[in-house]
Design a protein around this ligand. Structure first.
Ligand code: SF4
Ligand code: SF4
Length: 187
């Protein structure tokens, strides 16, 4: 899929998010890194539990990384916006929770925050995606670091300038509103 976000922009986004984390300490110690280890090392090729890359994010990878298993899929086969068609990339980690931290994808960096559009305005909420594990940051509503929220918000303001990513955020937001999913707005 054609992304309007340049490789250098994605690199800058990675650098910005390298400097922040959801809480001061390693939240993986609260849960045994549940979001990394919930099947990522399984031989099962159910890529629904894999991590999808945002359009163009694959430019930051060689696809030869020995810590990743790659899958190319068609966007139209998954629950993505109608404007998404053609190749998308899913990855699964071979050695979770260990990975080269500087290279972890955006989905890992944002969690447990998610973008939400309400009346045309961008917000950050706690992720509402049904999970096969429990995230203490969500369940216990642990206060997230201001720098993490601020950096993630800044990144999303840039990401939604891309029409495809905007469509994704809008679709997810409309789905939440239509389904009456309770949301907790953090920004
Ligand atoms: S984001 Fe949640 S599930 Fe993932 S390591 Fe931190 S506390 Fe655990
Ligand atoms: S890339 Fe790293 S942070 Fe993300 S799921 Fe894999 S092991 Fe966890």
């Amino acid at each position: 899929m054609k992304s309007t976000i340049r490789k250098s922009t994605y690199q800058a986004i990675y650098r910005l998010l390298d400097r922040v984390s959801p809480i001061e300490s390693d939240c993986g110690k609260l849960c045994g890194a549940a979001c990394c280890t919930c099947g990522g090392d399984s031989d099962d090729d159910d890529f629904k539990l894999g991590i999808y890359l945002l359009p163009g994010e694959e430019k930051l990878f060689t696809q030869q990384e020995n810590w990743l298993k790659w899958s190319e899929e068609l966007a139209e086969d998954f629950d993505f916006p109608d404007s998404w068609f053609g190749k998308i990339y899913f990855i699964r980690c071979k050695t979770p929770p260990l990975c080269p931290r500087k290279h972890r994808p955006l989905q890992c960096r944002f969690f447990p925050l998610a973008p939400h559009l309400k009346k045309g305005r961008l917000h950050l909420i706690l992720s509402t995606v049904p999970l096969p594990y429990s995230c203490p940051l969500i369940e216990q509503e642990i206060v997230l670091s201001h720098s993490f929220i601020q950096a993630t918000y800044t990144v999303w303001t840039h990401l939604i300038e891309d029409p495809l990513i905007y469509d994704l955020v809008r679709m997810d937001s409309e789905d939440r509103e239509a389904d009456g999913v309770p949301i907790k707005i953090l920004r």
